[in-house]
Structure formats: C-alpha cells, structure tokens
Write a protein that binds this ligand. Structure first.
Ligand code: PRX
Length: 635
C-alpha cells in the first residue's frame, strides 16, 4: 500500500526517506494505486540532467481528463466539482457537478474538434476566471491538444508574442471581463493582437459581459451556439505519458518569455499527490485557491490537482476589494471554505484594512491556510495566522515555480510544525541542494546559498517550447547536474528552508514574476529615452515594486518629467501589461557602468532601497561620478 495521504511527522520522514532511496518504487506505487491508466509504463524514470532529458512513466497511456472527471462519475457524479463565484456578489454562485463538468468538457472538446483542432495542436486560451476557462483547459486535454493559457491581464503585444511563439491556430476568449466595478474589453485586446497573428484561423468568443463587440467574419464565432450544437460525449484521446499537456509562459530575466512545457503523466501524479497532502483535502471539503488560472498555481491547484482528487474547487471571478475588502471572507463564509490558498500580496493588502472587517464573517470552516508566489514577511504571516486562522489553522508556505509544476518545499498541515517565513521541509521526493557561487554544494545545516534540485521529480517542465538550448542554459548550466531555481535560500539549524528571494534579474511584484530586460526594452522604445535600468524596491503591499532609472537622449528635454513618466508607463502597459508599470521613475544623467559597459544594478538596487551607507566596491566603474548624482536625486 502506498502512502498517498500522510498524517504524521513520523510518516512524513519515513515516506520521504523511501522516496529518496527508492524513487522509482515509490512513485510507481503512487501512480499505480491512485490513477487510471489505459496502459501501464515500461519504465518509471529515465533521466540525464546534462542533456537535459527527463521521462516519467514511459510507455504508459492515459488521458488526464479521465482521471479528473470520468473516473469520479460512478461515485461522485452529483458532487460539486466547481463552485463558480461571480464578480457580482448579488449574482448567484454556480455549482457544477462532476456529471455536468463531464458534459460541458465533452461539448467544448467536440467544438474544438469540429474546428479542426487535432492532437498536438496548440490552443491559446485568453479568458477571465469563468467556468469556460477551466472547461477549455480540460477540453484541450480531452482531445490531446496543448493548451497555452495567457493571463487575461496581459496586453495585446504580450498576447500576440505568446500566440506566435507556440504557433496557436485557435484562440478562445470572451467579449469582455468583469473586474470589480470595471469591465475590460478582452475581445478588443484580442482583435489588436490578431493584427500580428496570421497563424490564427479561429477566435471562439464566450459571451460574458454582453458588450457590443465587432465580430470578424470568418474568423470569429460565438462559442455558445457551437456548444449547444455539440455532442455531450467525446471519447478521450489516448495519450502517451510524455505527450505535452500544456505550455505556460513565464518571464525570463532576459529575452522573450519562456514557454514552459509540461507533460501529462508526471504532472498529473505530482499535482494530485501534492494537492491531497499539502491541503489535507478530505472528501466533501470545499477548497479555494484565489489565483488566476492564467498562472501555474491555477493550473495545478484550481484545476488539475483538485479534480484529480475528486475535490470541490472554487473559482472566483472578482477581486478582493469589490464591493469592499470583506469579499474574500464573505466567500469563505458563504461557501464554508475549508482550505484557502492565496498570495502574500493579497494578505498584506487585506491586513492593511484592519481586522474589524474580517470579524463580520464566520471563518470557522477554515482548516488550512496556504500562501504562494513570493516570500511572506513575518508581519503578514502573523496577521494571517491570528486573524484568519485564529491560530488554529496551520499556514502552509508553499515554495514552487511555473517550471516545477507542483509544490516543492512546504509544511504538511497538522504534520510539519510551521515557522513564520519558512517554507520548511522538502515535499516527498524532492531533493533540494544549496550551492555556493563556485558551484560547491553546501552540506549540513545553517547554510545559505543558491537553491537547486538535484534529482528529477514527476512534474518538472520538460523543455522550453521551441528552444531546448535555452532550457538547458537557464536551468541546467549554472550548476552541474542540478536544476537551478533562480532563488536563494537558507537552511536553518533543523533543516528548514527559508526562501530569501530571486538571485537573478526577475522581480516579483504582487506575486507576478517580471523580467527586467523586457520592461527596459519597452521603456527604451520611447523616443526620448537613451537607456534605462529597472530594479526592485520593498513595497508594503506588493512585496517589491519597480524603480526605473532612465537616461534621456536630451538631458534638457523640455517635456515635463511627469508627462514623460506617464508616457513611459503607457508604453509598458501596451507592451507587457499594467502589472509591469513602474512605481518610481528617476531621470538620471547617466547609469553606473562597468568598464565592459554593463550596468551595475547592485548599486542601483541599493539606491532604490535607500541603503547607500555601503555601496560596495565602485572602483571598477567607468563613470563613478554619476553615482552621487543619482543618490542626491533619488525618489
Ligand atoms: O522566487 C520564487 C517565488 O516565485 C517564483 C516562481 O514564480 P512563478 O513561476 O510565477 O510561480 C509562482 C507560483 C508557484 C519562485 O522562483 N516564490 C514562489 N513561492 C514562494 C516564492 N518565494 C518565497 N516563498 C514562496 N512560498
């Protein structure tokens, strides 16, 4: 019998040891006993980090939607699979049973098939948080198409870049979306993106806000009539274990976004197994993750992980502050949510409003609280623990990444004693390592270094779409035989991990990963700008915010600087999205550079953090004189 559900610390250590000593036996038992296979594997694992190549459950055949839906129908057909809570608090929530989900996924899958989508084709999904979003993912998986969800807060340029990179031939979107008291013209954004996407032959449109939109003849079609006319049965395509399930883009520190590719069997096994344990999900619990499905958290822990366990998963369309800052707690109270998973930025924003608003609601259903996306500061951790968990619900601070597919370092609630700001212990099967800058592994406890993983796990991304070399260079070339995460971490005296933050040029703003280079490229497009450098600085709600140092072509630029600031942020919104706007823009006469011409961001970072007492060695600078000037004019 496998240890699918870990219930004590002793059991955790025993299972962890087994998963490290005999990883193949361990994962084989989990896979065999808890999932539905059309054919079993020939080999559990083969791997070579130098290529890099990793395969799990090779030879196996399956369809992930049979695991997420069909196999539950006999026993859980009338159980709610998805609770949809709309943006408008007055509108009623929708409860979609597993039977209904089956029917709706099959209809959508048939629509895609009728539109000529075949196994292996890429489908771009650009939708708000409405049931059709989850259904579209599953419909793709049903027919073996590869979904590429683009977060519906990204701009037309960001959308077209992603569509073209993975050569999507079809886009699923909506006429618009609700966001608190506002509406967003999603279809207009898609139309703009389409000007640069000649490969897209069809745009399927969900009617959500009933806005008056332009439908492009031949290209655009309303989805509902097609769904109504489609069959409610669709046989699941039989997939190979390593067939690609989805692509999800994540920012790199340089260059265009990276289309991380996840494959089917390993992702399914790991997302399901982590979900069960990290949230201690029990039958009839109501689980809510507040992330958007446009991010990996939503893929793994709104859709696949929960549904593979036959869980009830809540999808929320709105925002935490509409109609007021009590909305999250109102939803917890209304649906008697048992597990609640959110981001530190949301916790900080809600904590700012004080505890009185929380006290209006009954939160006694809560059993487990989760956090993800960025380091959680001690203050936010305690606020969450005291005001939301009433010191009774353990907080799981879950560290992981788009690339890892599932949670990697985390407490198991009621099992692992928690410690504020610590993600604590590696999950079952995960072998972290800490490296010094020269690539030596730091053994033992009380060490701090670069966080790597030295052994494959089932849900790791297999490649970057269309660029395996970049996958190798980014993740497997810094430290030999290790996957490098890009994060720094420390291991304390008992072996608990604390993530200290990114060690590359990725900045996490409100839980969103932003690469500095693409933002700088956008700014540099402004005709008045000569060059720019972006760094992060601490922000009490966003965690980090962006600080831009910008040198103009003409130092005597006559436009008022405030106007220039607006124009620069406007370009960033158009090229990337509003999430990447700068909080501060300082115009400088020059940027500190090394003799080889590289901008010394370390110095700029210190200035942005208002920590200029020790700027470190500036003797190698080409233009040390500009530093004092920047300090004197810092914002
Ligand atoms: O820096 C780490 C941070 O978020 C990065 C991954 O971002 P993304 O791929 O967008 O995935 C976010 C959701 C899984 C990591 O490299 N991060 C994520 N979780 C934590 C975290 N930093 C500290 N503590 C966490 N719990």
């Amino acid at each position: 019998m496998s240890n699918y559900h870990i219930k004590s610390l002793e059991e955790y250590f025993q299972v962890y040891r087994k998963s490290i000593r005999e990883p193949e036996n361990f994962w084989e038992e989990i896979a065999e006993e808890h999932f539905l296979w059309r054919k079993k594997w020939n080999k559990v694992l083969s791997w070579d980090f130098s290529k890099p190549e990793v395969k799990w459950f090779e030879g196996a055949k399956l369809n992930i939607t049979e695991n997420c839906i069909d196999r539950h129908l006999a026993t859980r057909g009338e159980k709610t699979a998805i609770i949809f809570e709309p943006n408008n608090p007055e509108a009623s929530a929708e409860h979609i049973t597993y039977n209904q989900l089956h029917e709706r996924v099959c209809r959508m899958a048939n629509v895609l098939k009728n539109e000529g989508v075949e196994k292996g084709d890429r489908v771009c999904i650009y939708l708000p948080m409405i049931p059709e979003l989850a259904i579209a993912l599953l419909a793709c998986a049903r027919i073996g198409a590869i979904h590429s969800v683009v977060f519906a807060g990204f701009s037309a340029t960001a959308l077209s870049t992603r569509i073209n990179d993975s050569d999507c031939k079809i886009v699923i979107t909506s006429d618009g979306s609700y966001r608190g008291s506002k509406t967003i013209d999603l279809k207009g954004i898609v139309d703009e993106a389409m000007e640069n996407c000649p490969g897209v032959k069809k745009v399927l449109v969900v009617k959500r806000i009933n806005s008056d939109i332009q439908m492009n003849d031949g290209r655009d079609a309303w989805l509902q009539p097609l769904l109504d006319g489609a069959s409610t049965e669709c046989l699941a395509e039989v997939m190979n274990a390593e067939d690609h399930l989805f692509i999800l883009y994540t920012s790199g520190s340089t260059g265009k976004p990276k289309g991380m590719v996840h494959s089917t069997a390993g992702y399914m096994v790991y997302s399901a197994y982590t979900f069960k344990n990290v949230f201690q999900y029990r039958e009839n619990d109501v689980y809510w993750c507040t992330a958007d499905i446009g991010w990996i958290t939503g893929h793994s822990y709104i859709v696949y992980g929960p549904l593979a366990n036959g869980a009830t998963t809540l999808m929320f369309e709105g925002v935490p502050h509409h109609p007021d800052f009590g909305r999250f707690w109102d939803i917890v109270d209304k649906h008697k949510v048992n597990q609640f998973y959110t981001a530190p930025t949301a916790i900080r924003a809600l904590a700012k409003q004080g505890a009185e608003i929380v006290e209006k609601y009954d939160l006694s259903s809560l059993k487990v609280l989760g956090t993800v996306g960025e380091p959680i500061n001690e203050e936010a951790w305690h606020w969450y623990n005291e005001n939301i968990g009433k010191k009774k619900s353990p907080i799981v601070d879950t560290w992981w990444q788009t690339e890892t597919g599932g949670i990697m370092i985390t407490p198991i609630p009621f099992v692992t004693p928690t410690k504020p700001t610590y993600a604590t212990l590696p999950f079952i099967g995960i072998q972290p390592s800490l490296m010094d800058e020269s690539g030596n592994e730091l053994k033992g406890n009380q060490v701090e270094g670069r966080l790597c993983i030295k052994f494959p796990w089932p849900s790791m991304a297999r490649t970057i779409w269309g660029n395996h070399q970049r996958y190798k260079d980014t993740y497997f070339s810094t430290f030999e035989n290790n996957y490098f995460t890009g994060d720094g971490a420390l291991r304390d005296e008992v072996g608990y991990y604390r993530i200290t933050g990114r060690v590359d040029d990725v900045i996490i703003v409100s839980g969103h990963n932003l690469g500095t280079a693409p933002i700088e490229d956008a700014i540099n497009e402004h005709p008045a700008v000569a060059e720019s450098a972006i760094v992060g600085f601490p922000h009490d709600v966003k965690g980090s915010a962006l600080y831009g140092f910008v040198t103009l072509n003409d130092a005597g630029e006559t436009r008022v600087h405030d106007n220039l600031r607006k124009e620069i942020n406007q370009i960033i919104s158009e090229r990337i999205g509003a999430i990447a706007k700068l909080d501060k823009i300082q115009f400088t006469n020059g940027l500190p550079k090394t003799r080889s011409g590289k901008i010394m961001r370390r110095i700029l970072r210190k200035i942005a953090e208002k920590d200029t007492s020790n700027l470190g060695d500036t003797s190698t600078l080409l233009n040390p004189e500009c530093v004092q000037d920047i300090i004197d004019n810092a914002l």
